[in-house]
Structure formats: C-alpha cells, structure tokens
Design a protein around this ligand. Structure first.
Ligand SMILES: [Zn+2]
Length: 604
C-alpha cells in the first residue's frame, strides 16, 4: 500500500478536462471546481484520487478514463461514477445512471478500494432541437463563440448557426477538420438530410461545405470516437465500428445564398444506426478559416420527387425491377409518374432467380473412391463442381451368382441433395475342386481332400462303366471306399456342393487301389479217378481270390477252368491217359504262376 502523505489541494489547472478536437468553449464544459476543492484525504493508508486526470467527452456523461501518476484506474474497482445536477434553487438531484436529458451535470468520481477521495467534473448534455438526438462530442475551431456553437446546427432555428473558426491558423486547410458526433435515442436510417445555409453565406460563400462524410454505428465504442488527423484531415476511421452512410465530394448543390435549404438524398438506405459521425472534410474556400451551416435536419418531410426507373430483367444472380418511379428523398416507390400509386420496394423488385441446375454430371475416379458432381446452370454459364461423399453396399458373389458393389455418391448444393448410384458386378466365385489324396488299406482306400471354402457337402464319385456315379456324400473331407479288390484300380473324384448346387469337376480325379495281398503258394492238389474223368480237390488258400485249373497241353500251360470253389471235375478224358494239371490261386488279380504243385492224373 502506497501512502501519500503530502496531499495537495487541487489546483484549477490540473482539472483541465482533456477534450479531443479542441478546448472547451466558453459556455460548455466550464467545470465547477467547488466540490473538488473540498476533497481531502481521510485515511492516510489510501491513495487520494484528487490528482487524477479525468477524461470525458465534452457533452457526454461517460467517463472515458481516470489516470493517476501514470496508472489507469479501473472503474468499479478503484472508483465509481455517479451524477448529480444542481438546479437554479441549489437543489441537488443525484443519478446513478448517466443522464440523457439536456442540461448541465456533474460526474462524481469516488475512490474505492485502495483509493479514496472524490473528484467531480462538469459536463453538458447538449441535446438538440430534435427529440431523441443529442450531441456527444465535436471538433471545432478554437475560437468558436458561444452563439455560434456546434449544437446550434441542431436547434431548428435558421437564424442561429454552427460557425467554427480558428483565428490564428489561417486557412481551413491548415487546421484540423471539424466533426460532429451525435447519438439517437432510437436508431434511425437516414433517407435524406437538409442543410440550411447561414445568415451571411452569400457574403462568405467560401464557408459553405464542400466535401463531407456521414458514418453510422451501433457499437457502443462509437460513443468514444476520437479522430486522428493526417495533414489536418480526419483519417483512420475504424471500419469495425463505423459504416459510411453518405459521402459528398466537391458538392455542387449548396449555393452561396442565405437561409436556404438544400436537400440530399440517401437512396435505398435502410440501415438504422444509433450513432452518427459527420466529418467536414473541406469547405468551398480552403483559404477561409471558417466553416458555417445554419441547420442540418435528418429525414425532413420533403415533397415527393420521383425519378423514372427503367425495367431491368432479373437474372440468376442479379435482382431486376419493373418499371417504376422512385422518390429517393423519401425512399418511396411509385408505379406512376404522378406518384399516386405507391408500392413497397418488394413490389418493384424482381428477385434474382438463382441458378437453375438440372441433374449434375457425375464423374468417378478409377477406383470409385472419389466422385464429383458438375452442375451447369441452364440459364447462364455458371458451372459448379462439388466433391461427393461416397458410400457403398456390397452383395458378395457366390459360386452360383454374381455379386455387386453399389456405390452411392451424394452432394449437396444450395440445400438440395443429389445422389447417384454406380454398380460394379463382382464375378461369381471360381470353383476349384479339392485335391484328393489316398491311403491304401486292405480292400479299402481312405480318400482325403482339401476343404473348399463355403462347401456345404461333398460327394465321392466313381467312374464306373464309362460314367461318373455318386458313391456317397457327406460333410467331412475324408471317406473310406470299402470292398475294393486288391490289385484293381478305381478312378474316383470328389464333387462339392456349393450354394445349393453340385460342382463336379473331375479334373481332380485320382486312381486308387488297395494294398496288395501277400502272395501265397498254390495249393497242393489231390484227385480221385472217375470214368473218363478226374475230380481235383485242394484246400482253400487264405486270401486267394479265385482258382484256376490249368492243363499242360502241347507243351504249354492252359487254363481249363476258373472259379472260387476248391474242387473241379475234369471230364471227357481218355481212359489210361496221363494228364498234367495244376491249380493256380489268384492274388491281387494275378495268377500265381508257380505251378510246382502240378500233378499227373489218370482217369479210370
Ligand atoms: Zn445461372
């Protein structure tokens, strides 16, 4: 906590309110110091704000800043602001909110927190001759007398004027341009304004306005407007705050006459603003150092004055209008030159039609990952190409049916969604028959095969008598073929049932055969004699498939008979003759040719 021990009484010089645009004129902002001088610190541990520099607009209740020894104090932390007004009887009225009525007030700045003491500053709410319009601030020459003060331009009296002058600066071009900042209680749009020349404009035509600008704003920051000058001209208008409403350059309307009204139109202007800023860039004779204007009135009730407006067809982007007559001073529309038939603006405007896009032209990339839709306006050259979002839905192919992938591209243009589909056919699945292997068994083989994806069933087929025949079917991938003859070859294949249909591709066929049986000796043969006959008998040989009776005839063995029995009768033999015979057993389909069991028989 800083302790100030040497608190001085306020000197009048330290109270000069900083006024942008010039010092306070004689009758405005004559600050009442009576309360300030009574401020004395009451607590040594707090800092008195009595030496603070207070910045206010000339005619605004707003305290822009309170600065003490280079520190900017914070409103409602370091100080509060209230207002008071003293009437002619000395009665004081207090206000907590900034006053708006025309009159002289005091801003009461009271130290709080680390600060104490009170400073007051006097200010005027100028108001105007117009309800709800009050001047906040202005820049005007140093030597403007009170009877020619800025607010007189708003007082509805032609015989008073705003006449700002700078005696010592010489010409207007060499002094900072005048400006006027005012506030409307109710925002309004300017349709016209009327300037009224002053009492002696014909004598001093150079004082007439030549170039000026009017800006509007609804930003509260507009109330704090402070001009910056470059070579005495107002520059650096903050476009975030201010919008240009009207500009007149090298005016040719105002004439060097006294007490005469000249109207200016601001056609088609509908934007309502609360704050307006008028900047006077130049006067007719820049070698004069005085500007003057008796009155400015906004939205004056001017007589109807219509201008013919040709019909303009609308197109895609630009609105058109029907033929009509427009009163730019009053922003009114008529269907006749006599201005009898007034209509609304919307009745004469033909809205822009907007582009007419038909179905777009779609273009997919090679992989269908991206697509664009190109829209062409039917009525103009406009072309819009929009990137699409793509979704897809796949129906998988099967072994019996093609699948498909349907791509849906969608774009949105002007709130409308357009879609298109593109279908890509997916080929049927290709059937590859399983690969078959086999294991040999005794009189059997075990077939095994590779699994086929999606197989519902398998069938084992055998190639029998020149035709494939299904031998059996099931769900596994192996099968035992039984009752096979050793030494015999069997051609088999496996078919697959997929998606309800049998797929038979015998290219996977293999030839199988069971294990070979061990060869055994031919049986020993006995015989019994008969009349011209011999009965041969032998014991069964384990595993023999059949037997053959062979006779040695003319030096060669010849099969005489074959069968599965174990005896055989040789008939029609000649009595007393010797016959050499043998029995051969068959294994694995082949005769055992070792006929060392041959015997010689002789019938009766
Ligand atoms: Zn178009």
């Amino acid at each position: 906590m800083i302790v100030h021990k040497t608190l001085k009484r306020l000197a009048a010089a330290s109270l000069a309110i900083t006024l942008v645009g010039g010092a306070v004129p004689a009758n405005i902002g004559a600050f009442d110091l009576s309360r300030s001088t009574s401020v004395v610190a009451s607590a040594e541990s707090e800092i008195s704000i009595s030496n603070a520099t207070v910045t206010m607009k000339a005619h605004s209740a707003k305290v822009q800043s309170v600065e003490l020894n280079g520190t900017k104090l914070q409103k409602d932390i370091d100080y509060t602001v209230s207002y008071s007004q003293t009437d002619s009887d000395g009665k004081i009225t207090e206000f907590s909110a900034p006053p708006k009525q025309t009159g002289n007030y005091k801003a009461v700045i009271t130290g709080i927190g680390d600060y104490q003491g009170v400073i007051t500053r006097s200010f005027d709410i100028v108001g105007s001759g117009y309800d709800g319009i009050s001047i906040i601030d202005a820049g005007q020459g140093l030597h403007t007398p009170s009877n020619e003060h800025l607010f007189l331009i708003f007082d509805k009296k032609q015989n008073t004027k705003w006449c700002s002058r700078v005696i010592n600066s010489g010409v207007y071009a060499n002094r900072d341009s005048d400006w006027l900042l005012f506030e409307a209680d109710t925002p309004f749009a300017i349709h016209n304004y009327v300037l009224t020349t002053a009492n002696d404009t014909s004598r001093y035509p150079g004082r007439n306005w030549k170039s000026w600008r009017i800006y509007g704003s609804n930003s509260e920051a507009a109330a704090d407007y402070t001009p910056s000058y470059t070579e005495h001209k107002v520059t650096d208008i903050d476009e975030d705050i201010w919008s240009l409403v009207n500009q007149v350059t090298d005016d040719t309307v105002l004439q060097p006459v006294n007490y005469t009204e000249f109207a200016y139109a601001v056609p088609h202007n509908r934007i309502k603003y609360k704050y307006y800023l008028l900047i006077l860039d130049d006067i007719v004779d820049t070698t004069d150092n005085i500007q003057q204007m008796s009155e400015i009135e906004f939205n004056a009730a001017l007589p109807v004055s219509v201008t013919h407006v040709d019909a303009v067809p609308a197109d895609c982007l630009n609105a058109g209008n029907i033929e009509h007559w427009y009163d730019e001073y009053n922003d009114k529309y008529y269907l006749d030159e006599e201005a009898q038939n007034e209509v609304d603006e919307e009745d004469v405007i033909i809205p822009a039609s907007g582009h007419s896009y038909g179905r777009p032209e779609w273009k997919y990339d090679a992989k269908n990952h991206t697509a664009t839709a190109t829209f062409k306006c039917e009525n103009c050259e406009d072309v819009q190409t929009v990137d699409a979002t793509i979704t897809s839905k796949t129906t998988s192919p099967t072994y019996v049916k093609e699948g498909k992938k349907v791509y849906t591209a969608a774009v949105k243009l002007n709130g409308k969604t357009y879609t298109t589909n593109k279908t890509v056919i997916l080929d049927k699945l290709t059937y590859t028959p399983p690969t078959i292997t086999c294991l040999k068994g005794d009189g059997a083989v075990k077939l095994q095969w590779t699994d086929v994806k999606g197989a519902e069933k398998y069938a084992v087929a055998g190639f029998i008598s020149g035709k494939w025949r299904i031998l059996d079917q099931g769900e596994g991938t192996s099968y035992v073929l039984k009752n096979l003859l050793a030494g015999k070859e069997y051609k088999v294949c496996v078919a697959t049932k997929l998606n309800g249909e049998w797929f038979t591709d015998p290219s996977n066929a293999i030839v199988v055969t069971p294990k070979l049986k061990p060869l055994k000796d031919n049986p020993a043969v006995t015989y019994a004699k008969g009349n011209n006959a011999v009965k041969l008998s032998w014991d069964a040989v384990d595993g023999a498939e059949k037997y053959a009776v062979a006779g040695f005839i003319n030096g060669r063995w010849k099969i005489l008979a074959e069968g599965i029995g174990t005896s055989y009768v040789l008939k029609d033999l000649k009595a007393g003759y010797q016959y050499k015979v043998a029995v051969s057993a068959m294994f694995n389909g082949k005769w055992n040719t070792d006929l060392s069991n041959a015997i010689t028989v002789t019938p009766k």
